[in-house]
Design a protein around this ligand. Structure first.
Ligand code: GDG
Length: 726
């Protein structure tokens, strides 16, 4: 039976040693709750670090045995690995880069080596437990290389990856020396999820620019797989927070805490200690708020919880000092004997206390400078059952995309936070309730369980799509099948596209001249009396016609406008005019002047705008603009606008490679028909051929062809094998 294996850096437990054994405390975090229903079921597993870095062999054996009863598998890490992999590469390299704190990032070769080593360690443990029909779900930035490592062992296994923190813009991500390896590691997955659409498009753009791999509708084609990239905003365990808020223990705590605070209004903030959370900025905003609005002194105070985190790292220690000093300064400046502007706790609390704080708070002030999602703001809303309250939320948190009923602020704009505080404290109760109800109904629906099933269903769907894709790789078996049919045939019709199929695609179209090896291959193939070889291309006859003029083969140029059978003259398709060029050429020239690196190629009866030398991204953008401009212009002109490989081509609509291929099929009936091509225009050829023809796409994009091969190398190998048999 197929199982689901969850992988994350930390297991959802905490181990404490007690005399004579260990005590295992379950984590109550959102992810642990959400995935609890998954990993505890049947033979499913959760694999990760159990949180301890020292112990005897016997201890580790005991822990492994104890955890296996809970469907948990430990990956033990050493002190050194914790330092270099976890505190080093994960938290001192990736964390600052991914949160746009590039100046804090440390690039250390030893950290990177350790990161690779620990990802490999995870891979080795997983392999011992994995079965080929399992589904693996890898979590977060500590394990970016793992999907690629697993893929190398299990070609067909279903792998999902979710990143809980932001994915930065390409301009930031590119500064990591090991950027390409990280991307390739992630691309081992079948489905890659982020919290927001922005993270997703930043990732796609990095893949495009750094690995040179394009994408269409959020899908990346790599080797023989299609990787789906999408946004899955994570929810919370809504019922848990809503229920805890009504428990007797929570309500008793609320009464107790309230009593000690008096009548004053409460602004609440809860974060882990982290520079991405914007804690000093928030404190400065509070200081300014009291300076500008002294009437609020003694009437409002900030209840601030900072949960200790990574505080053995220098950067975090410094942050702690900065926060302590700011709190001291503000309390010293505005405090009175019986009133403090800030109640500050550097510790964590049990869920019931947290729930009581959420209930007590008139305003939640959530101001991260960057946050993948931020669950605290969602928990605040879920806890406000039958209560009002106002959420002030940073637009830099992923959750801001969903919670548009909050007061959204730019956390770098301290004046805006001050205004937001005033607005929140003065907001009429009815208005508060209205916004709260809207946000609650959304969070109730898009809860953590919804998120888990959405991701896993999407992963299953993407994998099923991949497995049922009709285009198969031309593997050894299929290759032999093609050779056998070729050998058995008496008459063969062979259609070969040129650029990207016979000759590798180059930045400079003039560099695509056939090599002596290619000339020799085509000559041998054409000399076989059973073969009718047709080179079918969008190229003009002034290049391809000249290059191949001495070979005994047929040529179809400019998508069929010019046709030449061997030893005969060129023929032009009928009813073709070139008058339209006068109207279209100036438009293409306009796009050349706006797009450095692009140029216009003029063929006898078609025009091509090339952008293969244009900055990545800009060319694609201009293509969208140009295509829609041209489609409007050519409405009644019987022209076709084709988007090809780094080109936009305009040609008479009555000719295309499919129409030309059909003419050859009628004239030269054959019992073996094959077509090879890499471009969108070759799809017309594939579609025109009979079902039993061998149609082979060069490359990984979606296609009508029956088979695909990765590159021109495999095309040459197949043609060379043809020449070996007869
Ligand atoms: C990462 C991403 C993304 C806090 N104090 C106490 C306590 N907490 C709990 C909160 C909340 C969690 O910790 C914090 O979650 P966040 O989402 O706010 O932030 P990160 O820890 O940075 O999480 C983040 C998240 O992953 C999920 O994908 O949203 O963007 O950075 O659940 O309630 N819990 C208890 N006592 C405390 O004192 N029990």
């Amino acid at each position: 039976m197929s199982r689901t294996i969850i992988i994350s850096n930390r297991l959802p437990i905490k181990i404490e040693s007690e005399e004579g054994g260990f005590v295992y405390k379950k984590s109550a975090g959102g992810l642990a709750t959400g995935l609890g229903s998954v990993y505890k079921e049947g033979d499913n597993l959760w694999i990760g670090w159990p949180g301890i870095s020292s112990g005897s062999k016997e201890d580790y054996q005991k822990i492994t045995a104890d955890l296996s009863k809970e469907n948990l598998v430990p990956v033990f890490l050493t002190e050194e690995e914790i330092q270099d992999f976890y505190e080093g590469f994960s938290n001192a390299t990736l964390w600052p880069i991914f949160h746009y704190f590039a100046r804090y990032a440390v690039f250390e070769e030893t950290f990177w080596e350790s990161y690779k080593g620990v990802n490999q360690k995870f891979c080795d443990v997983i392999i011992q437990h994995l079965r080929p029909d399992d589904t693996v779900w890898v979590h977060d930035y500590q394990l970016l290389l793992l999907p690629g490592m697993l893929r190398a062992h299990f070609k067909d296994i279903s792998i999902g990856f979710f990143q809980h923190i932001p994915f930065p813009s390409y301009e930031i991500f590119r500064s990591i020396p090991w950027r390409r390896e990280l991307l390739m590691g992630m691309l081992g997955s079948d489905l890659i999820g982020f919290h927001t659409y922005d993270d997703m498009r930043h990732f796609l753009s990095s893949v495009n620019r750094l690995a040179g791999i394009g994408y269409e509708h959020g899908q990346i084609s790599i080797e023989n797989r299609r990787v789906t990239v999408d946004a899955f905003p994570m929810g919370i365990d809504y019922e848990k927070y809503a229920t805890t808020a009504t428990l007797a223990d929570t309500l008793a705590r609320e009464v107790r805490y309230r009593k000690s605070m008096g009548e004053e209004k409460i602004i609440l903030s809860i974060d882990r200690l982290d520079y991405s959370k914007g804690i000093p900025q928030r404190l400065r905003a509070l200081e300014l708020f009291f300076e500008e609005n002294p009437e609020y002194l003694r009437k409002v105070s900030l209840f601030m919880i900072v949960v200790p985190s990574r505080d053995n790292v220098e950067r975090y220690r410094l942050l702690k000092v900065e926060i302590d000093e700011l709190v001291g300064r503000i309390n010293g400046k505005f405090g009175r004997v019986n009133w403090s502007p800030i109640h500050y706790f550097y510790r964590s609390f049990p869920l019931e206390a947290l729930s009581a704080f959420y209930r007590m708070a008139d305003v939640a002030l959530v101001t991260p400078l960057r946050d993948g999602m931020n669950l605290v703001c969602k928990e605040y809303i879920a806890s406000k059952i039958d209560q009002q309250g106002v959420l002030i939320l940073s637009e830099m948190a992923g959750s801001a995309k969903e919670l548009s009923d909050a007061i959204l602020i730019n956390p770098f704009d301290i004046k805006q936070i001050v205004d937001a505080l005033k607005q929140a404290l003065e907001m009429p109760k009815e208005e508060q309730k209205k916004h709260m109800a809207i946000m609650q109904s959304s969070l109730k629906r898009y809860n953590i369980h919804h998120w888990v099933s959405l991701f896993l269903d999407r992963l299953a769907e993407s994998k099923a799509q991949q497995r049922h894709s009709i285009t198969q790789k031309l593997n050894q078996k299929a290759h032999q099948e093609v050779i056998k049919s070729y050998q058995d045939a008496q008459k063969r019709l062979i259609f070969l596209d040129y650029d990207g199929t016979l000759a590798p695609f180059t930045k400079d179209p003039d560099q695509a001249k056939p090599t002596p090896e290619l000339i020799s291959l085509l000559t041998q193939l054409s000399n076989d009396p059973k073969n009718q070889v047709v080179v079918i291309s969008g190229r003009g006859r002034d290049s391809l016609g000249l290059w191949l003029k001495d070979l005994p083969l047929d040529l179809i140029c400019e998508h069929g406008i010019w046709r030449k059978e061997k030893n005969e003259d060129w023929h032009k398709a009928e009813n073709i005019s070139d008058e339209w060029k006068q109207t279209i050429k100036p438009v293409l020239e306009l796009y050349v002047s706006r797009t450095p690196g692009s140029f216009v190629e003029e063929k006898n009866y078609s025009l091509v705008w090339h952008y293969r030398k244009v900055e990545t991204g800009l060319g694609e953008l201009r293509t969208r603009e140009l295509s829609s401009h041209l489609k409007y212009l050519t409405n009644n002109m019987q022209l076709q606008v084709l988007e090809g490989n780094m080109v936009v081509e305009i040609k008479p609509a009555i000719v295309n490679k499919g129409v030309a291929a059909k003419m050859w099929l009628e004239k030269y009936p054959a019992d073996f028909v094959i077509a090879l091509g890499d471009d969108r225009t070759d799809e017309d050829t594939f579609k025109a051929l009979p079902e039993d023809a061998f149609t082979i796409k060069v490359g990984f994009e979606a296609t009508e062809a029956r088979f695909f091969v990765p590159s021109t190398v495999e095309v040459h190998a197949l043609l060379a094998d043809f020449t070996e048999v007869s």
